[in-house]
Write a protein that binds this ligand. Structure first.
Ligand code: NAI
Length: 491
């Protein structure tokens, strides 16, 4: 099909939901249906409480999903995967591509079974021509696997065109990124019919993206460009963190170093803030995807180079372990891996809490966008429901988390933690902080790691966006109460 009237997106997640909401709000002639296997997730998308938090998302979804004034209903959420595939001219595959946990390549290679399952479903259901678009971040070469599935399973009368259109949005700024992308990649196999399909997809984006930012390229370049972008961003974070370790040992100040280096126009300031390493669902797995690809291509030096990016991150994080906190109350401010999202996947807060729970600390946790149930459920799955019921106390705000705490750990750079601390009520009872201050060398190290962490780097644009960073390490300015020790950690 060269004129797209009906779009289906398989996977109603952090990428599928916001991306389709924007398409549906910009292309009023196109009907967009986002499908998912998870009934609760779809129910939430159809409710006033969306399953993910993104600034600006709610209004856009509601306008397109419910229609308003002269605007028609253009956005639908459903679990009827087959029906939506059947009707669609163009289908985005936007399911997860995690790291394989078993079999060949376990711990590094991408598990593309969800992408394959979606392709098989499309092949089985389609009775008319389809443009199938890889939206998920996949290893270079995945399009060929999809092509094989369509050739083997699909109706020979149906033409399947496979395109690569990776997503570069960053969680927390997804709507702004989607509305004004640095570039949109449309990769195709380059045959006349593939180029026609690429042009149809480019037309969809051209409703709001300037044509010069829509790049058509070969499909393997497109797949690899997305992986490469994430690897380069992760590499910058690991590079600055490796230098912060040298600062700690020499007395140099990483903030001064990073600022000075970033002023060089050839380098630039983004993604140069020291932290305890990147979090989020994508950077680690995407770097490991590249490592595994390099290994299978017999490029051991290339694999070792990129593997170091992940190893440096892990080294930073274990610097926090081993603190003696038995019986103490630790306030954890923020659980999401960065501000303006409720996503906790690969959040450094989780690693940290695991080590604190092992030490039998009581954890008073508050995050503006992570619900009580999610905290209890996710930590229970990871660390055991019994330990979580006993030691984890989700709190309704930062003040109640901090009350009586010996230590306050800011894990996420939410703005409210920066601004509210200037207005801490004088009556706030922070407990016997001086008596129970943590003074172990490990915590001091964590503190000094954090002292190099500047405020949010929200101006940064990352693809799978795992850039979250922390607020500066100054204690609350509550003059009437002793301040808790603040450990600021970046993600
Ligand atoms: P997600 O986990 O939020 O959403 C994936 C959804 O797909 C889930 O709701 C799941 O139930 C559904 N699903 C899985 N298999 C299905 C099937 N066969 N049929 C129907 N639904 C199915 O994942 P997220 O974060 O949206 O990531 C998707 C892809 O986008 C990944 O490859 C990721 O690397 C990439 N990406 C993610 C970004 C991010 O910031 N989260 C940014 C750019 C790319």
């Amino acid at each position: 099909p060269t004129n797209i009237e009906n779009i289906c997106c398989i996977g109603a997640g952090y990428v599928g939901g916001p991306t389709c909401a924007i398409i549906a709000s910009k292309d009023l002639d196109i009907s967009v249906t986002v499908v998912d296997l998870s009934q609760p997730r779809i129910d939430e998308w159809n409710s006033s409480r969306l399953p993910i938090y993104e600034p600006g998302l709610q209004d856009i979804v509601e306008a397109a999903r419910d229609g308003s004034g002269l605007n028609p209903v253009t956005l639908h959420f459903s679990t009827d995967v087959k029906g939506a595939i059947h009707r669609a001219d163009l289908i985005f595959i936007s399911v997860i591509t995690p790291t394989k946990t078993v079999g060949v390549g376990a711990g590094q290679a991408a598990d593309i079974k969800y992408v394959e399952a979606a392709a098989r479903e499309i092949a089985e259901v389609a009775t008319s021509d389809k443009i199938v678009v890889e939206k998920s971040t996949v290893p270079c070469g995945t399009a060929e696997i999809l092509r094989d599935i369509f050739d083997a399973v699909g109706d020979p009368q149906v033409r399947f065109e496979v395109l690569s259109n990776p997503e570069f949005l960053a969680e927390g700024t997804a709507i702004a990124d989607l509305l004004s992308p640095d570039r949109v990649l449309v990769g195709s196999e380059g045959t006349p019919s593939a180029l026609e399909a690429a042009s149809a997809l480019a037309d969809v984006y051209s409703s709001w993206v300037p044509r010069e930012r829509i790049i058509t390229l070969n499909i393997w370049s497109s797949e690899l460009a997305k992986l490469s972008a994430n690897c380069m961003l992760a590499q910058r974070i690991s590079s600055i963190n490796s230098l912060s370790a040298i600062c700690e040992a020499t007395g140099a100040d990483i903030q001064e170093v990073s600022h000075s280096v970033g002023l060089d126009k050839r380098i630039g300031p983004n993604f140069l803030k020291a932290s305890i390493g990147f979090g989020g669902s994508c950077f680690k797995k995407d770097v490991l995807k590249l490592v595994y690809m390099a290994e299978t291509l017999h490029l051991p030096e290339v694999a070792a180079y990129w593997k170091a990016v992940v190893d440096i991150k892990n080294g930073k994080r274990t610097a926090l372990a081993g603190t003696t906190v038995d019986g103490k109350r630790i306030a954890i401010l923020g659980l999401a891996y960065k501000k303006n999202t409720g996503d906790t996947r690969e959040s450094p807060a989780i690693d940290f809490m695991g080590s604190m729970l092992a030490e039998k600390a009581t954890l008073a946790i508050y995050d503006p966008k992570v619900s009580y149930n999610k905290i209890i459920h996710e930590l229970g799955e990871l660390f055991g429901h019994e330990a979580v019921a006993r030691y984890v106390k989700p709190c309704e705000n930062a003040y109640s988390a901090c009350r009586g705490a010996s230590t306050v750990v800011i894990m996420t750079e939410w703005d409210e933690f920066k601004t509210d601390r200037l207005t801490l009520p004088p009556a706030l009872d922070l407990g016997d902080l001086t008596a129970s201050r943590l003074t172990t060398p490990t915590v001091k190290r964590a503190d000094s790691v954090s002292s190099g962490i500047p405020s949010s780097q929200s101006e940064d644009r990352s693809s799978c966006d795992d850039d979250g960073l922390l607020s500066p390490g100054t204690p609350p300015t509550n003059t009437n109460s002793p301040a808790p020790e603040l450990i600021n950690q970046a993600q």
